[in-house]
Design a binder for this molecule. Structure first.
Ligand SMILES: [Zn+2]
Length: 460
């Protein structure tokens, strides 16, 4: 044994118990009361929770967008992850064009992360138009550790409904999960023309330009397609109460549909676009209403939504300032570092979620869905010793100065928290302790996702 965490409260996907955790090398060796570990370094964690490391299943680090890159690269992105109790991130391998082979895009992205990542990482494979017919290429990336594909219904990367149908069938045959950005492209195009004709193109019109119906229609269409293909499907960053309700309804009919939401959709509203800093809050889909916040919490609590991830896609104030209209402002916000403390304060302490539910939506569910379980997302002997020591008494007011994103701001500035990560271990190694980052570029490893052949319900 190298390490003994003594006297804390262990939280897993199904229980809360007072127990010690012993670590040997990179793995959890034992979990139980009054463990003896001769020679091990002992850390007293009484009064703290010990959680499995958080998995942020939706991040964009070092992403090229036009002629710029997102503010956080693989180093700063994974460093801030460590400081927030996040030990695995899942980013995207996106071909530069439909002509770049899927496997080449995957290898390129892995190599970019390799020397820089401070926490472990996995990759969703973005599939561009035409590539959904590349059976050999899709199979090859699955063989290299891709357990999920990502497609868009809007943007230049969009796939037609027929192409999404073909990809759903290919993915079902491979046992992989298709994840989809759902916004209806035609509705967005029409709305933009209408607003341009009225001279209403300021970033303040962002939410008006992408009303709730844009997301809800795309989600409904996708659920129907997935039903026809008899394939599981995962909808990223659900922002609307009606979108979440459509997912929950499909699930209650027995369809294998999964939904992810993000802290900003749970905690912020479109009123932010009326302020002087609308650009800083601009992301797609946009922020909604307080009623949407509430309905998203309800579905998260009831199991209609299964994952909270951040869609961390950070731009500095000066990058954001290049935007002159809602359609050309860099779209995205930072979020990975504040994921766990926000969900604890506003999810658990507010009574929406139990502690085991918190572990499910932040760690166990994404691990299962993306083929990382039980190596990740599991606090049990044999799993990677990715552990968060969480102090439920620590009071923090969020400020950009206290965070580590190269964005230099947070959309949660001024939020009061009770409860904050105290320390983070990555495979047994202390990488964050009481405000200090102790990790190193290159310590993070690529974790291959293992697909589940047959497509049985991935959360069972
Ligand atoms: Zn995204």
């Amino acid at each position: 044994m190298n390490l003994l965490l003594q006297g804390g409260w262990v939280v897993t996907a199904d229980r809360l118990e007072q127990a010690d955790v012993a670590v040997a090398g990179e793995k959890i060796a034992a979990v139980g009361p009054d463990l003896a570990a001769p020679g091990a370094q002992v850390r007293d964690v009484s009064g703290r929770y010990i959680l499995p490391g958080v998995i942020d299943a939706h991040v964009h680090y070092q992403m090229p967008v036009g002629n710029l890159f997102t503010a956080d690269d693989w180093f700063t992105g994974t460093r801030l992850a460590a400081c927030g109790g996040v030990t695995t991130v899942i980013d995207y391998a996106e071909p530069v064009s439909p002509g770049e082979p899927l496997l080449a895009a995957l290898s390129r992205r892995r190599a970019e992360a390799g020397d820089l990542a401070c926490v472990d990482f996995s990759l969703h494979q973005v599939v561009l138009a035409g590539q959904e017919e590349d059976t050999v290429g899709l199979k090859a990336v699955v063989g290299e550790g891709v357990a999920s594909f990502k497609v868009f219904t809007t943007y230049n990367q969009r796939l037609s409904p027929a192409a999404i149908g073909r990809l759903l069938q290919q993915a079902r045959n491979l046992g992989a999960l298709v994840t989809v950005h759902c916004e209806d492209h035609e509705m967005i195009t029409m709305k933009r023309r209408e607003l341009e004709a009225a001279g209403q193109t300021d970033p303040a019109y962002h939410a008006v330009s992408r009303p709730a119906a844009v997301e809800v229609k795309a989600i409904q269409d996708l659920i129907q397609k997935a039903g026809e293909a008899d394939a599981p499907v995962y909808i990223v960053h659900v922002s609307t109460g009606s979108g979440a309700a459509a997912i929950a309804a499909a699930r209650s009919r027995g369809q294998e549909v999964y939904g992810e939401t993000c802290p900003h959709y749970l905690l912020l509203t479109a009123e932010r676009y009326a302020g002087p800093e609308s650009r800083l809050f601009l992301m797609c889909p946009p922020l909604r209403t307080a009623a949407d916040n509430e309905i998203l919490w309800q579905h998260l609590a009831a199991g209609g939504l299964q994952v909270v991830a951040t869609d961390h896609c950070s731009y500095s104030r000066s990058q954001k300032a290049t935007g002159t209209a809602f359609y050309n402002t860099p779209s995205g916000v930072p979020g990975t570092e504040t994921l766990l403390p926000l969900l604890y304060s506003y999810g658990v302490r507010s009574g929406w979620l139990t502690l085991p539910q918190l572990v499910r939506v932040l760690s166990t569910n994404p691990a299962r869905l993306f083929g990382l379980y039980p190596r990740k997302g599991c606090l049990a002997p044999g799993s990677d010793a990715d552990l968060v020591i969480f102090d439920p008494r620590r009071q923090v007011t969020l400020t950009a100065a206290g965070l580590h994103s190269a964005a230099g701001y947070t959309v949660f500035e001024g939020f009061s928290l009770q409860g904050y990560p105290e320390a983070t271990y990555l495979r047994g190694q202390l990488i964050y302790d009481q405000g200090h980052f102790l990790g190193q570029a290159g310590w993070g490893r690529f974790i291959p996702g293992q697909v589940v052949p047959g497509g049985q319900d991935l959360l069972k």
